[in-house]
Design a protein. Structure first.
Ligand SMILES: *[C@@H]1O[C@H](CO)[C@@H](O)[C@H](O)[C@H]1NC(C)=O
Ligand SMILES: *[C@@H]1O[C@H](CO)[C@@H](O)[C@H](O)[C@H]1NC(C)=O
Ligand SMILES: *[C@@H]1O[C@H](CO)[C@@H](O)[C@H](O)[C@H]1NC(C)=O
Ligand SMILES: *[C@@H]1O[C@H](CO)[C@@H](O)[C@H](O)[C@H]1NC(C)=O
Ligand SMILES: *[C@@H]1O[C@H](CO)[C@@H](O)[C@H](O)[C@H]1NC(C)=O
Length: 595
């Protein structure tokens, strides 16, 4: 064994093995209180203790000490020097400040060491910490808690059969949430707002008697009705959460929400970078580049009869070729490959009065980043053309096409909304996080530092995904009636997106790079990227500090069984029985268990 092997072995022994020993559990004493082993500690001046007697020679030193101490009504006691019995004044928690040892012998302490015991009728508040820093008493409690939660919370396939979810009905989940303060409060708010909104919507439909929306004023009217109805029931101090944004142009993104602007190309473009879906626009790249979409692959879908080169170069207003503009990062595309070929909702017979659905399509929009002749002005992104579908025979419209151009932009907005609602929102936020939140409950005990912080991230997640999910996303549900692709189409889109989804997709900076949107001179206005970067950095810094509070060394991470078991369960590649792989995240890296 060389020095390196020895140090490696020592690291393993010192960092992990002693923690595996949780000591004896509950011990019963005849005619007395039962008591539990608490832990082995170095003798400390800060512990106020009284000698009860020397029990080294009696047959059951620990039990005898317990009986003797209890007669005086103390909470705990300890033995040292192989059986010398002492009682302790004050709270059990004072021992969390004392240095732990692993060198006590036979539960009787040792030279300068205390083997501490606590009576069973005493409640102890264990500190937050990873397993290696918990004493045997707290470790026993935590192991029991994990054992119980692993049976209470099971990951099973859900009705959409994409990511797995919690095996619980709404009714069972309500009972779970009622016992948890943060989720109980969330549930209170949720169950107050949901029926209220439903009632307001019903009132509006009743009032307008199902009249079609025909003008901008019709849309204004529904928003106004909604907000005024909220104002009439919510306390005044909450009114700030319900505001008529389009009447306040000075608010952030005011120009996007000002209704008189919506037809402008500028607004259409800005919505790609500051709207509900900033995730689809990408740079078009040449054959060598790794970021964005390659022109050659996009070309297999683009119309051969439309002159893309002329339209792009004209829009750029530069002396260049399409190939050069692409190589220099000036050309962008907005498209939705998961929508390609998705059929529309079958509406025969018509289920919604007065409605005739247009066919669902998968449009492709091309943009350029146009430099200004004034070097002090930043580039402007402008739309070049919209192809009305993903097949070569689809018509292509440009800003010169008047009303047809407006219709083309609306077609993009509709596709964008369908994509954003089903993939970016439902699949990649609600459904993606559920297995994480279930695995957090299963593998991290309540005092684990990662449970402490993740429980806030998981607040309400299981409830939102359970309480009305079938009403919203099921067959004949809201999205079935709202989206042109209906339930079947929406489900097919999510299945496609789920197949391609990996853990890497949740990496914010990598996503911006992968789409080729990190060049700020080409894409100057991109609040999702720029605000996101600030938020991402703050979260990262905060979490780095938080993690370092509890994990001082890499080995603390590697030898944290709770963390490793969690990773084993959520990672698709997780192999260790019985939980490995259930969470289904592909590309979520995890080490070999405890390695
Ligand atoms: C525990 O029980 C013993 C006797 O059964 C009693 O003397 C003692 O006060 C109790 N301690 C607490 C904290 O309830
Ligand atoms: C976990 O709970 C089961 C069922 O109650 C029990 O049989 C088992 O011994 C427990 N395991 C631990 C480590 O507590
Ligand atoms: C899910 O819960 C149901 C009802 O409580 C139970 O019968 C079933 O065995 C559970 N399935 C799993 C995989 O835990
Ligand atoms: C709908 O309107 C009718 C008459 O205008 C009224 O009698 C009924 O109560 C209303 N229903 C709801 C749910 O508001
Ligand atoms: C560009 O900005 C610089 C520094 O602000 C200024 O000195 C210069 O006059 C500006 N040039 C033009 C053409 O506006």
């Amino acid at each position: 064994m060389d020095w390196i092997v020895l140090t490696k072995l020592l690291i393993i022994l010192i960092s992990y093995l002693p923690q595996g020993d949780s000591g004896p559990g509950l011990i019963d004493v005849e005619n007395g209180q039962s008591f539990q082993y608490f832990g082995c500690y170095y003798d400390s001046k800060n512990i106020k203790s009284f000698s009860i007697g020397d029990f080294t020679q009696v047959p059951d030193p620990i039990g005898s000490c317990a009986k003797a101490v209890q007669a005086d009504g103390h909470r705990m006691f300890f033995l040292k020097n192989g059986g010398h019995c002492l009682s302790v004044q004050g709270k059990v928690e004072q021992f969390f400040q004392v240095k732990k040892s692993s060198r006590c012998v036979n539960g009787l302490g040792g030279n300068g060491l205390m083997d501490v015991y606590v009576f069973s009728n005493v409640t102890v508040s264990c500190p937050v910490g990873i397993r290696r820093f918990l004493n045997p008493y707290c470790l026993r409690l935590m192991k029991k808690e994990i054992n119980d939660s692993k049976r209470a919370y099971q990951l099973v396939p859900t009705f959409l059969n994409l990511f797995p979810g919690l095996n619980a009905t709404s009714g069972q989940l309500v009972k779970i949430y009622q016992k948890e303060p943060i989720n109980a409060r969330w549930m209170g708010i949720y169950t107050a707002i949901t029926p209220r909104n439903y009632l307001i919507a019903t009132k509006f439909l009743n009032k307008t008697n199902g009249k079609e929306f025909e003008t901008v004023d019709d849309y204004k009217a529904v928003l106004k009705f909604m907000i005024e109805s909220q104002y009439s029931v919510i306390p005044k101090e909450q009114h700030k959460y319900f505001q008529l944004y389009f009447m306040q142009p000075d608010k952030p993104f005011g120009r996007l929400t000002r209704l008189c602007n919506w037809r402008e190309d500028r607004i259409f473009t800005d919505q790609r970078f500051a709207g509900i879906n900033p995730m689809s626009i990408q740079r078009i790249s040449g054959s060598k580049a790794k970021a964005g979409v390659q022109w050659s692959s996009l070309q297999t879908k683009l119309s051969d009869t439309f002159n893309w080169e002329a339209a792009t170069v004209d829009a750029l207003g530069m002396q260049t070729t399409l190939a050069e503009a692409i190589n220099r990062g000036h050309v962008f595309v907005l498209h939705y490959p998961v929508l390609d070929g998705i059929p529309s909702r079958n509406e025969t017979p018509s289920t919604v009065k007065n409605r005739k659905l247009m066919s669902a399509v998968s449009p492709i929009a091309v943009f350029v980043s146009k430099p200004s002749r004034d070097k002090n002005q930043s580039n402007k992104i402008i739309p070049v053309a919209i192809q009305m579908g993903h097949t070569k025979d689809s018509p292509v419209f440009t800003p010169k096409d008047g009303d047809q151009w407006l219709l083309a932009k609306q077609t993009v907005q509709v596709a964008d909304f369908v994509y954003a609602g089903s993939v970016e929102h439902l699949l990649k936020t609600h459904l993606l996080i559920e297995p994480i939140c279930v695995a957090v409950r299963r593998h991290f005990h309540k005092l684990h530092p990662l449970r402490q912080i993740l429980q806030f991230h998981c607040r309400g997640v299981l409830g939102t995904n359970r309480f009305f999910i079938k009403t919203l996303t099921g067959i004949h549900g809201t999205s079935d009636r709202l989206f042109g692709v209906g339930y079947n189409g929406g489900y097919a889109i999510m299945k496609r997106a789920f197949k391609d989804l990996t853990w890497d997709d949740t990496d914010f900076p990598a996503n911006i790079k992968k789409r080729g949107l990190d060049d700020k001179s080409k894409v100057p206005y991109f609040p999702y990227r720029d605000d996101g970067e600030l938020i991402h950095t703050s979260i990262k810094n905060m979490l780095n500090e938080y993690v370092k509070l509890y994990y001082k060394h890499t080995c603390h991470v590697r030898f944290d069984p709770e963390l490793q078991n969690f990773a084993n369960e959520v990672s698709f590649e997780g192999k260790f029985k019985p939980d490995g792989g259930h969470g289904m995240y592909t590309e979520l890296k995890y080490g070999n268990q405890y390695e």
